[in-house]
Design a binder for this molecule. Structure first.
Ligand code: PLP
Length: 427
């Protein structure tokens, strides 16, 4: 007997490449077929066959308040009643901009776009224009969206597909992208020295989430700051994942390092498609129409998306971050205890409400170490968890996202499922 998910997936495969609109959703990293989701509420996903799952994908980051939060839905409904898009300025753009500028000290001015990819692409263009230089240093295993120049050594989505690079990215587009290992300041210094005065920017996930969660080692981010300043390049923090998740001002607030430009996405749209880039006024004033660096968007600053983003940010007060921290720490501790109970080698790396269980290693500090983890065991573990009603991200190299809707009881249920699942895949 076929489930509704199975028949939908079969039809989807005849219409969409791989049956999906974004590769990781297709379960290639863990095997099997993806579930089709019918609705989501709080910390739960409900599939088209009527089964309920505790959700740790959180739409890959945006759903920090859980699904269907009252305040967010009310803001979207109110916006809908005024029409869905104008192509002319509207108040919600100013309100969300004000909120972001208030929260993130390094951002004086901001431009809204429609995705994280677009944010990064635009920030890189701006950095090149501002410095009159071409080269960009990015880190192996960091993902900055799928713009050509960033699709080099780009982490989980690409890596679990077994594609180190993508066909279709020209040598020219990739040639100015220099790759450094994450958390290795000496290597970055060497690469920057080799680039001479051609280096426009260093772009980094200040806490890496796209090779699984890898935190910066002490001094790494400050070292990048000093290096960029020293050679006249810009420092870009890609906070598409970490922005408003790790603190009111993102990872830069936690680590107290100030980038020149910041890219945002995910949470800033409250589940609707939004990205943004912002930073120092003198840089942002180079963007058209104030300056010559062209960048535009038919739906940019869309009133629905602005409303959803603003409503989400307004819920993210100190209490919310405390709750996220406490529940995530409890989950981490529960998994770690369970690993040792079952004698399974592994580690749980966590930054606030994003965490990754890596099998087969005691710590992971860069992409090479992430790739060296036991992906087969993760695949078994993933399916054991799914069977028990817990939907993890379907890849060993992704962050799990905890939301404010994951309460104590849900965390306990998850830890219980982890115990049973680890037992099942201990052999
Ligand atoms: C998700 C992500 C992106 C890409 O954002 P999209 O909205 O998927 O284009 C870029 N950078 C980081 C750090 C991300 O996590």
């Amino acid at each position: 007997m076929n489930s509704k998910s199975e028949s939908l997936f079969r039809e989807a495969q005849s219409l969409l490449p791989g049956g999906v609109n974004s590769p990781v959703r297709a379960f290639r990293g863990v095997g099997g077929d993806p579930l089709f989701i019918d609705r989501a509420q709080g910390c739960y996903l409900y599939d088209v066959d009527g089964r309920r799952y505790i959700d740790y994908i959180g739409s890959w980051g945006p759903m920090v308040l859980g699904h269907g939060h009252d305040a967010v839905l009310a803001a979207i409904s109110d916006a809908v009643s005024r029409g869905v898009s104008y192509g002319a300025p509207s108040a919600p753009e100013v309100k969300l901009a004000r909120e972001v500028v208030n929260r993130v000290p390094s951002i004086d001015k901001i431009r809204f776009v429609n995705s994280g990819t677009e944010a990064v692409m635009s920030a890189v263009r701006l950095a090149r224009a501002a410095t009159g230089r071409n080269k960009i240093i990015k880190f192996s295993g960091c993902y900055h969206g799928h713009a050509d120049s960033m699709l080099v050594s780009a982490g989980s989505g690409v890596a679990t597909m077994g594609l180190p690079d993508s066909p279709g990215v020209t040598e020219g587009a990739a040639a100015d992208t220099l790759i450094a290992p994450y958390n290795d300041l000496d290597a970055v210094r060497q690469i920057a020295a080799d680039a001479g005065d051609g280096l426009a920017a260093i772009i980094v996930e200040p806490v890496a989430g796209n090779m699984g969660v890898v935190c910066p080692v002490d001094g790494f981010l400050q070292g990048l700051r000093d290096l960029a300043t020293g050679c006249g390049a810009l420092l870009i923090f890609d906070e598409v994942m970490t922005g408003f998740r790790l603190s009111r001002s993102g990872a830069q607030g936690v680590y107290d390092v100030t980038p020149d430009l910041t890219t945002l996405g995910k949470i800033i749209g409250g589940g609707l498609p939004v990205g943004a880039y912002g930073g120092r006024a003198d840089l942002m004033e180079m963007v058209a129409p104030q300056g010559p660096v062209y960048q535009a968007g038919t739906l940019s600053g869309n009133p629905l998306a602005m409303a959803a983003g603003l409503a989400t940010l307004l819920q993210l007060n100190d209490g919310a971050y405390e709750r996220l921290e406490n529940n995530s720490r409890r989950l981490q501790e529960g998994i770690v205890t369970s690993l040792s109970t079952h004698g399974i080698r592994g580690t749980v790396q966590r930054a606030g409400s994003m965490l990754t269980l890596f099998f087969g290693r005691e710590s992971v500090r860069d992409f090479e170490e992430s790739k060296a983890c036991d992906r087969e065991r993760f695949a078994k573990f993933f399916h054991a968890m799914l069977k028990r009603g817990v939907h993890l991200p379907p890849s060993s190299m992704e962050a799990w996202f905890v939301s404010t809707a994951h309460d104590d009881q849900v965390i306990d249920e998850t830890i219980a499922a982890v115990g049973e699942s680890l037992k099942e895949c201990a052999q």
